[in-house]
Design a binder for this molecule. Structure first.
Ligand SMILES: Nc1nc2c(ncn2[C@@H]2O[C@H](COP(=O)(O)OP(=O)(O)OP(=O)(O)O)[C@@H](O)[C@H]2O)c(=O)[nH]1
Ligand SMILES: [Mg+2]
Length: 431
C-alpha cells in the first residue's frame, strides 16, 4: 500500500535571465553603424498554486525537482530575447509552504487558484543597444543575465480532507466511504483493516464535491498512542467536519461513543468542539423498536450534538439524509476551520521577499568576504573585463552601504575583497 503522504520536500529553481547582446547596425550608408544588441529575456519564475483537484501530496513522491525555463539571450537589430516560461506547481488546498532551510512558513494556500511566488526568475541582461548614452555612444559590452534562484521548500498538508470518518474498528467507515465515493478501500469483518487514511471525492452535484477521509479505527488509549493512535488523531485534527460512526448493533452503543469522544478530547481539547455528526450504523441488524430506543438513548446522552442519525451502509438505508446533513454542515465547518488555521500559522512575510539586500562582511587577515543574496546577484551580472560594468557595480555597492561597512572594518588600499566569483582590489577596481 502506498504510504500516505502529507509532507514533501521539493526544490524549485527559477530560470536564468538571458544575456544581453553586443551587435551593430549594418546600414548601406553606415558601414560602422551604432549599437544594436537586444536585451536578454527574463527567466521563468516558479509559483505554487492551490487546486481543489488534488487532495494529497502523492505527486511529489517521485518528482521533487522543478525548474522554470531560462530566458533567451538578446538578438541582433535590438531584438529582445523571449522570456522563459513560468512554472506553476499545483498543490492541494490546505498546503502550508515552508522555507526548508530558514524554517519559516511562507504561505498557507487555502483557496482554489491561490498562488505564491517561490522563486523569481532572473532579470535579463541589457544589450549594448540600450546601454548606449550620449557620453557612451558605442558600448562594447553588455550585461550578463541574472542567475535564477534555487529554493528548497517543505510542503505540509494541513487540511487532509473536508470530512473525516472516525470510530472504532469495524464500525463500517470504509464501507461508507466506498458507497459515497468512487474510492475502493478494503472492507473486512475484522478490526484494523484500514491502516492508512483513504481518501474519496464525494460528488454532490455538477461541479460540487468534497473530500472524505476514512481514518483507521481508534481504540481506548489512542490519545496515549495505543494502536498508532497519535498518527490517526493527527489526521483527524486536519478535517473540518467529523462523522463519528458507531456500530448500532454493539452491546453498549453509548459507551462506545463516549470512549472515542474522550480520546479525542484527551488528545486535543479543540477536537471536542470540532463540528460533528454522530452516525449510528448497521441499522439493518436491529428491529424497528430497538433502533428507535438506541437513537433516543444516544440523543439523551449527548444533547450537545445536534446531528444524530441512523443509517445502514450495507443496505444504503437513510443515506440521502446523511448526505444532506453532511453537505449542510460542511460550509459552516470549513469557515470555522479557516479561522482557526489563520490564527495558528503566522506567516513570515519577509521570508517570501527574495530581493533581500542584506549582506554580511567577514575578514581573514587582509581578505574581506562580502556575502548576501543581492550582492551575489549583482556580481553575477557584472562583466569583470568591462570598466564600465565595474563602475556600475561600484555605484550600487556604495548605495547599498557595502563600502561604508568595509571602511568600518578598516579596509586599506590593496586589500582583497571577494564577492561571489569575483575578487577585487580595494583602491584599484573597488573604491
Ligand atoms: N450488517 C451490516 N454490516 C456492515 C454495515 N456496514 C459495514 N458492515 C460490515 O462491517 C464490517 C467492517 O466494515 P468496514 O467498513 O471494514 O469497517 P471499518 O470501520 O472501516 O473498520 P477498520 O478499517 O478496521 O477500522 C464489514 O464486514 C462490513 O461488511 C452495515 O450497515 N450493516
Ligand atoms: Mg476500514
Amino acid at each position: 500500500m502506498a504510504k500516505f503522504l502529507d509532507k514533501a520536500v521539493v526544490e524549485a529553481r527559477s530560470g536564468d535571465g538571458g544575456n544581453g547582446m553586443i551587435a551593430w547596425r549594418r546600414a548601406k550608408y553606415e558601414p560602422m553603424g551604432g549599437p544594436a544588441g537586444g536585451n536578454g529575456g527574463r527567466g521563468g519564475s516558479v509559483y505554487l498554486e492551490a487546486t481543489e483537484n488534488l487532495s494529497t501530496l502523492i505527486d511529489f513522491r517521485f518528482k521533487t525537482k522543478f525548474a522554470a525555463d531560462n530566458g533567451e539571450k538578446g538578438g541582433i537589430s535590438n531584438r529582445f530575447g523571449h522570456a522563459g516560461k513560468d512554472l506553476v506547481i499545483k498543490v492541494p488546498l490546505g498546503t502550508v509552504v515552508w522555507d526548508h532551510e530558514a524554517e519559516k512558513a511562507i504561505a498557507d494556500l487555502t483557496h482554489d487558484g491561490e498562488r505564491v511566488l517561490v522563486a523569481e526568475g532572473g532579470r535579463g541582461g541589457r544589450g549594448n543597444g540600450v546601454l548606449a548614452s550620449p557620453t557612451r555612444r558605442s558600448p562594447h559590452f553588455c550585461e550578463p543575465g541574472e542567475p535564477g534562484v534555487t529554493r528548497t521548500l517543505r510542503l505540509e498538508l494541513k487540511l487532509l480532507a473536508d470530512v473525516g470518518l472516525i470510530g472504532f474498528p469495524n464500525a463500517g467507515k470504509s464501507t461508507l466511504l466506498s458507497i459515497m465515493s468512487a474510492a475502493k478501500p478494503k472492507i473486512a469483518d475484522y478490526p484494523f483493516t484500514t491502516l492508512e487514511p483513504q481518501l474519496g471525492v464525494v460528488r454532490v452535484s455538477e461541479g460540487e464535491s468534497y473530500v472524505m477521509a476514512d481514518i483507521p479505527g481508534l481504540i481506548e488509549g489512542a490519545s496515549q498512542g495505543v494502536g498508532l493512535g497519535h498518527d490517526f488523531l493527527r489526521h483527524i485534527e486536519r478535517t473540518a467536519l467529523l462523522v463519528h460512526l458507531v456500530d448500532a448493533s454493539s452491546e453498549n452503543v453509548v459507551g462506545d461513543l463516549e470512549v472515542i469522544e474522550n480520546e479525542l478530547k484527551k488528545f486535543n481539547e479543540k477536537l471536542a468542539t470540532r463540528p460533528r455528526i454522530i452516525v449510528l450504523n448497521k441499522k439493518d441488524l436491529l428491529d424497528e423498536e430497538a433502533a428507535k430506543k438506541i437513537l433516543a438513548q444516544v440523543k439523551k446522552a449527548r444533547p450537545d450534538i445536534a446531528a444524530v442519525l441512523m443509517i445502514s451502509a450495507a443496505t444504503k438505508g437513510n443515506l440521502k439524509e446523511l448526505e444532506n446533513t453532511i453537505w449542510n454542515k460542511l460550509a459552516a465547518a470549513k469557515q470555522e476551520a479557516k479561522i482557526a488555521s489563520a490564527v495558528e500559522i503566522e506567516l513570515d512575510e519577509k521570508a517570501s521577499d527574495h530581493g533581500d539586500s542584506s549582506f554580511v562582511i567577514s575578514r581573514k587577515k587582509r581578505k574581506f568576504f562580502v556575502e548576501g543574496d543581492r550582492v551575489k546577484r549583482l556580481v553575477g551580472v557584472t562583466d569583470a573585463r568591462s570598466p564600465e560594468s565595474i563602475h556600475h557595480l561600484n555605484h550600487i555597492l556604495r548605495a547599498m552601504g557595502v563600502m561604508d561597512a568595509l571602511m568600518n572594518e578598516k579596509i586599506e588600499s590593496g586589500d582583497e575583497v571577494l564577492i561571489g566569483d569575483l575578487t577585487f582590489k580595494y583602491g584599484e577596481n573597488l573604491f
